[in-house]
Ligand binder design. Structure first.
Ligand code: DX5
Ligand code: ZN
Length: 214
């Protein structure tokens, strides 16, 4: 299982130290939650902070854009050196072009679905995607309880992926811990985001290892 700790749950007064811990850990990616206070009712961090984080972080970056018009930020995300740019289906009026532009910028393209957005809405784009990110909480805040319906969505997404000949990997974000992680793994998730479970633990790398082994 690939693990992407979410920086949203880190100690922002000690970001440098938190990133050193991530660098020394077995995390596969660092997940960065960008919020604009419009698409979601919260604001996290913007590009001045992200540039510092990107400089210090040795793990590939998985950027999750929770903003309206995420296509406006493609070149800025590329300049961070990000590996993956995730945009919300609900935020993109012209999703096909946005995915093309992410690819042209040299990044892997991920499309994210809110809990109430059906996986069937990806039928005409999934063959173009490197990744689908299913939200297992409403986006905007860490520390919320896992929405169990996500497990059924993974099964539907695997069916859609096979039918459309897509190679998109399945990433899950929200309420991930050892217990929900094991259930997600059993359903076929490929990658888990975890904020509070990883940064709230006394031993960050031990928590990451437990998730890797679910
Ligand atoms: C929520 C963010 C998540 C968040 C997850 O909008 O997309 O990445 O950090 O936090 P936990 O793992 O605490 O649910
Ligand atoms: Zn996220």
């Amino acid at each position: 299982m690939k693990i992407a700790p979410s920086l949203l749950a880190a100690d922002f007064l000690n970001l440098g130290k938190e990133i050193e811990k991530i660098n020394a850990s077995e995390a596969d990616f660092l997940h960065l939650d960008v919020m604009d206070g419009v698409f979601v009712p919260n604001i996290s961090f913007g590009f001045p902070v992200l540039r510092g984080v990107a400089k210090a972080c040795q793990k590939p970056l998985d950027v999750h854009m929770m903003t309206v018009e995420p296509e406006k930020w493609i070149s800025k995300v590329r300049d961070l050196g990000a590996a993956i740019m995730n945009v919300h289906q609900e935020a993109c009026l012209h999703l096909y072009s946005t995915v093309q532009h992410i690819h042209e910028a040299g990044m892997k393209a991920g499309v994210t679905l809110n809990p109430a957005t059906p996986v069937s809405t990806l039928e005409d784009i999934i063959s173009e995607l490197d990744l689908v990110l299913l939200m297992s909480v409403e986006p905007g805040f860490g520390g919320q309880p896992f929405i169990r319906h996500t497990l059924e969505k993974i099964t539907k997404l695997i069916e859609l992926r096979e039918r459309c000949g897509s190679k998109a990997i399945i990433e899950i974000d929200g309420g991930v811990n050892e217990k929900t992680g094991a259930e997600l793994a059993a359903c076929g998730a490929d990658m888990l985001v975890a904020g509070s479970y990883v940064f709230g633990s006394d031993d960050l790398n031990a928590a990451i290892k437990r998730l890797k082994d679910v």
